[in-house]
Design a protein around this ligand. Sequence first.
Ligand SMILES: *Cc1c(COP(=O)(O)O)cnc(C)c1O
Length: 360
Amino acid sequence: MAVKNARIARWINTNVRSMQAYHVQDAGGFIKLDAMENPYAISESLRTSWLQTLQAAELNRYPDAASVALKAALQDQWQLPADKPLIIGNGSDELIQMLLLAVNGQQRTIIAPEPGFVMYPVLSKLFNMRYVGVPLRDDFRLNTAAMLAAVEQHEPAIVFIASPNNPTGNCFDESAVTSIIEAAPGLVVLDEAYFIFNDGSLVKLLDRYEHVLVMRTLSKLGLAGLRIGILAGAQDWIDEINKVRLPYNINTLSQLSAEFYLQHFTELKQQAGQIVEQRGELFAALNALPQFKVYRSDANFILFRCLEKSADSIHAALKQQQVLIKNLHGSHPLLDQCLRVTVGTGEENAAFLDALKQAV
Ligand SMILES: *Cc1c(COP(=O)(O)O)cnc(C)c1O
C-alpha cells in the first residue's frame, strides 16, 4: 500500500492502515430505509416530559459509572433474570469491542455464521485475532455440522450468533444454537438486537449455560441516537469483561433518557408492533413482484434478491428517486444480487414500492 507519510507507515498499526473507516452514507433528503431505524417519532406529550426529566441532569458531575438505575429499568422492562448482571455499552458495538479486548490474545479465534453482522469480523481483525466465518445454508439456516466442525477445529474464544441474523432477517433454530453452545470451549454471545420484533428470544438459555451471554440494544426500537446496548450473563464473566469498560462510558443524558423511555416502554412497544404489521404488508407486496425472491423476516428489515435486473442497477435507480436502501451484492457469495430494505412507515414503504416498480 502506498503511504505518502513515512511516519504514518512506521507508526500506525498495520491492521489499522489496511482498514477502511466505517462509511455512513449521507442521507439528507432521502427516504432513509438503510439502517434499521424505527421510523416513528415519539409522541409530543412524552417528549415534553422527557425534556423535563433532563432538567435534573447534573452535567457538572460525572455520570453514574455503574448506570445502576438504567440497569434496573432494563432488567425490569425486558424481564431479564435478576441473578444475571448487566454491562451497558455505548451501543452493542462497544460491547463487542469490550468482549474482544477481554479475550484478546495471540492466535485466538472468533467464529460467526456468515453472512452476518460486520462488526464481528471488523473488530476481530482490528485486534489482530483470527476470524472464521462459517457459511449459512442456502436458505440462511445455520449449517450446524459446519459450525460444529469449525468450533472443534479452531477452539474459538467467542462464537457470535445473531438471532435474528443481520442481514438475512431470520431467527435461528434453538436446537442448532444449543448444539453449538454445548460444543463451544469459550463464550457464546447471542446477539438479540432484533428481539422486539419476534417471539424467538433465547434469553432463557442464560439459566442453562454459564458461558452464554445475551446482547441487546435500544437502537432498533426507537432510540438509536442514545447509543445504549446491554450484555447480560453470569457474574464471573461479567466481572471480567467489566474490567475493560472505560469508567464513564455511558453519559448522563443517555442514562437519564434511556431510563425515562424504559419507564414509558409501552409507546416503543406499540411502535414495534406497528413495524411488525408493516413488515407483513411490505413482505406481501414485494412477494407479489415476480422480479424478486423475498426472504421471510423476524426483524425490522427484509432481504430480497433481484432475479432480473442487477441489484446494483436497482439500488442506483432507487437512489435516483431519493430512496436509500442497502446494497449487499458483492459482500458475500450467498448475497449475490441481494438488497435489504428497512421497514418504514406505511407512507415510506409505499414510496419505496413505487420507486421499485419504476426501477424494474
Ligand atoms: C444493529 C445491530 C446491532 C446494534 O448495534 P448498536 O451498536 O447497539 O447500534 C448489533 N448487532 C446486530 C446484529 C445488529 O444488526
